[in-house]
Unconditional design. Structure first.
Length: 488
């Protein structure tokens, strides 16, 4: 499929614009994470409840991602991006002016809509960037971790210089500028047929995601074997079964679940979910750990700015790993990249779980985690793009992104539950055991990702996809690192 025509100036500006948009929404979506302790104190809620500042955005992202992924396969990609940025802008303003915790959470939920933009940016890259699309897609895939690592310190500085709500005014200003850039640079109506939106599928999946997050967030408080929790779990299982049936019988499904029969797609989907859970067990946990007062016997008493800076190495490591991925793919083979990255992430999580006597260890752990996440997230979309036809890129990457988004929300909610589970009765601060358990669970998920991502593809070659020979060759070479990608 030939890329859609753009004038030279807009085409040159398209790739950096797409990367900027993806990174920006990741930054905005992570705005609440380093501020969880501060918001919890200001709004007089527990640390467990304060975790919803992060979880709400991740849930909304999980709900928005498949819908926006499907819409990205149609002719209105720019309208989808503009609409998403509009929701994020409203959410930033709402959080900035909020006077109650409930209003803050609603605003954060609207900000999470931006997380659904990632499959749209990938579809735009494949439609308009030609031979430079594979490397652009790999770069876009790591923007979640890069953006989160950048968003934490930026948020912290703004919040410390001004106040907590000022961080969301900062987000509103940057999103407004991105909205203007989108209107100027992104192409308008594309030459693609518009399909019907699978509303029943979207609603069913959305209810299941919300139910899973509620179970993980409130299970400890309500009791894991309580009738409420067991009822919600049963309802989620039924909803997921119904959703799969709907997707298999609907003429234009929200997600073509048959694509997971391809082992390459299945590998990316399963690995993406597992490492995403591990990532959001790691990120908020390490940020909260360094802020625990030294009087507790294990924290570093770091301020909000120091806590945010801890994750800068994560961003740097993710970006460097994504750029080095072709070199490692040549040496390890494409089958070995995701397991390698997962093992590096495992080492990072296990290291800080067992060794946390000095603040510099947190920086080292974050850097190692970034390298591991960078390798895994950069390699996964290439598996999918090579296995599906171009007109299904948005839907296929959308399903991958929704699993990743569900993984992030599950990880965030599970981190809060595990840390809270280590809090002794009558104590305001969690015990070190809760943090250690959370990080060790993240390490175990890294090992599981490494094993499954190595075994699932098998020894067979990926099933040929109905794309042009030239495009398929470029995608294969880019993923394997066998040749430079022109124009990247």
């Amino acid at each position: 499929m030939a890329p859609a025509r753009l004038d030279g100036r807009r085409r040159r500006a398209l790739k950096p614009t797409l990367v900027l948009l993806a990174a920006l929404v990741a930054v905005v979506s992570s705005l609440g994470a380093p501020l969880i302790p501060s918001i919890a104190r200001a709004d007089h809620v527990s640390l467990r409840t304060g975790q919803w500042v992060l979880t709400a955005a991740l849930i909304t992202g999980a709900l928005a991602t498949p819908v926006m992924g499907r819409l990205a396969d149609g002719p209105h990609k720019r309208r989808v991006v503009v609409g998403a940025l509009g929701c994020v802008l409203v959410g930033c303003v709402l959080s900035a002016v909020s006077t109650t915790f409930a209003t803050m959470v609603v605003g954060r939920g609207l900000q999470g809509v931006g997380l659904g933009m990632l499959p749209v940016t990938m579809a735009l890259a494949r439609s308009h960037l030609g031979t430079s699309a594979p490397r652009a897609i790999a770069t876009l895939s790591v923007t979640a971790s890069v953006g989160a690592g950048l968003g934490y310190p930026v948020t912290a500085v703004v919040a410390q210089v001004f106040d907590v709500r000022a961080a969301f005014w900062f987000g509103a200003i940057t999103v407004a500028l991105a909205l203007l850039l989108t209107v100027v640079v992104l192409p308008g109506r594309a030459d693609a047929a518009a399909g019907a939106l699978d509303v029943p599928g979207a609603v069913t999946l959305g209810l299941a995601v919300v139910g899973i997050s509620v179970v993980l967030s409130e299970g400890g408080a309500w009791g894991w074997a309580s009738p409420r929790i067991l009822g919600i779990v049963a309802g989620c299982v039924a909803l997921i079964a119904l959703w799969v049936r709907l997707e298999l019988t609907t003429a234009e499904p929200l997600v073509d679940v048959r694509q997971v029969r391809d082992r390459a797609v299945l590998t990316a989907d399963v690995s993406g979910f597992l490492i995403a859970v591990g990532m959001y067990l790691f990120l908020p946990t390490i940020v909260e750990f360094v802020q625990i007062p030294t009087t507790s016997g294990y924290g570093f008493g770091a301020g909000v700015v120091q806590a945010g800076l801890v994750l800068v190495p994560l961003s740097v490591g993710s970006l460097l790993a994504s750029r080095c991925m072709p070199v490692f793919a040549r040496r390890l083979g494409t089958r070995g990249v995701i397991p390698f990255g997962s093992v590096v992430f495992t080492v990072a999580a296990a290291f800080f779980a067992l060794e946390h006597r000095a603040l510099w260890e947190a920086f080292v752990a974050a850097g190692l985690a970034g390298v591991g996440i960078g390798f895994t997230f950069a390699a996964m979309p290439g598996l999918i793009v090579r296995a599906v036809p171009p007109h299904e890129t948005g839907s296929a990457t959308g399903f991958y992104q929704v699993l990743r988004s569900i993984g992030l929300s599950v990880g965030s909610a599970l981190a809060g539950a595990l840390v809270a589970g280590g809090t002794a009765a009558g104590q305001s601060l969690p015990g070190v055991g809760g943090f250690r358990t959370t990080l060790l669970v993240a390490a175990v998920l890294g090992v599981l990702t490494a094993v499954l991502s190595y075994l699932l593809p098998g020894r067979s070659q990926p099933r040929p996809s109905p794309v042009g020979d030239a495009e398929r060759l470029v995608l294969q070479q880019a993923a394997a690192g066998d040749a430079p990608v022109p124009g990247a």
